[in-house]
Design a protein around this ligand. Structure first.
Ligand code: GDP
Ligand code: IMO
Ligand code: MG
Length: 423
């Protein structure tokens, strides 16, 4: 099959960037299909660390072409900054980074609207990355948005201005104080658009269909995670796109019968950044250890990530919604040293024991029920083969495989490209 998918199964930051980079050697094309610069995908190799926000994580492999699909939302200012950050890598952007004309643009006022909405919500805020994601997707589905293809029209500045003026009225509606200089924002946006226009815009669905006909191999890179999906996540504490497998079809224009492997990627524990329910969240020493050892700070916003044990109920749900065919377990090294490893295998839901992911997982309804497994002490970070893995980790892996019915084909034991064990 032509198109494989790689998706996060938790609340994002599972390590998608690292694994896409590792897998790129097997593919001709890497394509992002949803989300925008709310994503932060970290790649570490040869002593370099890179955080990509909109550019697909295949960009460091010279032979691969990277496509930003129609389902992505692009902030030209952030996009150019990402390109500048890659300047020392001698990337032939014109030929290896192609942008869908149908991708929507994040205007400066989308970001202001995001900030106004969050401010107005007060303590009930989503904990948005404030990159303008929600308002941009609202304009897309509301049929008011501005697309990359519009930048090829003579009157694109008029389209921009009409939308900006509409947004300013909406900002007034929120009635909150925001500090901004519109002239400066507009000038930065225009300068960034001029640079963006030096890149190649394509009809990406046509391009991908041609690639499929030519038997090229394609890996679709998800952003965020399944529990942040606008339909299947912990609504309203979600992002505004379909982060799950179906989002790859709409976000690239590929048909379901063209999808092959679905790589589901998860941390050996769980993290979440921003607001919203998190049944296995830890507020004790164990959670603090995970945060410290795992360096759990957001790649986009620098915010501290909340940490907790693996939630098998949520993981099985995510496997189901996505049709996962292979699991990749990340950050196994972070759990070295715990006496026991806990896994939530059921919820106590309104007094009853359930094993499915219910409509509402707010703490007043859901309490985790744990199974305990033996921990391991060994440092995994220097291990390079399955044979070296400690017995207790193998038991943990076998437990997860049995619960999900899906094989774990990659175990990641450190942030570097090389710290990856295939099974
Ligand atoms: P993404 O958004 O899914 O691409 O993930 P992020 O890059 O936001 O967050 C994952 C973080 O974990 C990054 O800092 C990675 O460098 C790091 N990381 C990835 N895999 C591993 C691993 O196996 N072990 C450790 N210790 N860190 C990892
Ligand atoms: P990657 O691709 C983790 C979270 C935000 C917030 C909610 C809505 O790096 O895994 P938004 O800005 O989309 O309106 O925020 O979603 N969020 C992420 N959390 N990783 C991400 O991306 C995220 N993108 C958004 O923290 O709770
Ligand atoms: Mg991230």
């Amino acid at each position: 099959m032509a198109v494989d998918l790689l998706l996060g199964l938790q609340w994002g930051d599972e390590g998608k960037g690292k694994i896409v980079d590792v897998l790129t050697q097997n593919y001709n094309l890497i394509s992002r299909f949803q989300g925008g610069p709310n994503a932060g995908h970290t790649l570490i190799f040869d002593g370099h660390k890179h955080v990509l926000h909109t550019i697909p994580s295949g960009i460091f492999h010279k032979e691969a072409v990277n496509v930003v699909g129609n389902g992505v939302v692009i902030d030209p200012v952030i996009f150019n900054k990402e390109i500048d950050d890659l300047s020392k890598f001698d990337v032939d952007f014109k030929n290896v980074l192609l942008i869908s004309r149908k991708a929507h643009l994040i205007l400066p006022t989308h970001r202001l609207l995001d900030a106004a909405s969050e401010k107005a919500k007060g303590k009930d805020k989503i904990g948005s990355t404030l990159k303008g994601i929600g308002p941009t997707y609202m304009d897309k589905t509301g049929r008011n948005g501005m697309r990359v293809g519009d930048l090829e029209l003579d009157n694109w500045k008029e389209i921009f201005e009409n939308l900006t003026q509409k947004h300013l009225k909406m900002i007034d509606f929120y009635g909150v104080e925001l500090d901004y200089n519109l002239d400066e924002l507009r000038a930065n946006f225009f300068a960034a658009v001029d640079k963006l226009k030096e890149l190649t815009f394509i009809d990406s669905e046509e391009y991908l269909h041609t690639a499929i006909k030519e038997n090229k191999t394609i890996l679709a890179e998800g952003a965020q995670g399944s529990l942040l999906d606008v339909d299947f996540g912990t609504y309203p504490f979600v992002t505004s796109s379909n982060t799950t497998a179906a989002g790859a079809c709409t976000g690239l224009g590929v048909a379901p019968n063209q999808i092959g492997e679905v790589f589901g990627i998860f941390k050996a524990y769980t993290t979440r950044v921003g607001s919203g329910p998190f049944p296995t969240e830890l507020f004790d020493e164990d959670g603090a250890t995970m945060a410290k050892v795992g360096h759990e700070f957001g790649a986009t916003t620098g915010r501290a990530r909340r940490c907790g044990w693996l939630d098998m109920v949520a993981l099985k749900y995510a496997c189901q919604v996505n049709g996962v065919t292979q699991l990749n377990m990340m950050k196994a090294d972070v759990l070295s040293g715990f006496e026991t490893i806990k896994v939530c295998t059921a919820y106590k839901y309104k007094g009853e024991v359930i094993e499915h992911f219910p409509y509402n997982i707010e703490p007043e309804n859901v309490q985790p029920i744990y199974t305990e497994l033996k921990g391991w002490k060994e440092d995994l970070t220097g291990m390079t083969s399955e044979a070296e893995l400690p017995a207790a980790l193998n038991d943990y892996i076998a437990f997860i495989e049995k619960e999900t019915g899906i094989k774990i084909t990659i175990v990641s034991v450190g942030p570097d490209r090389k710290q990856t064990i295939e099974r």
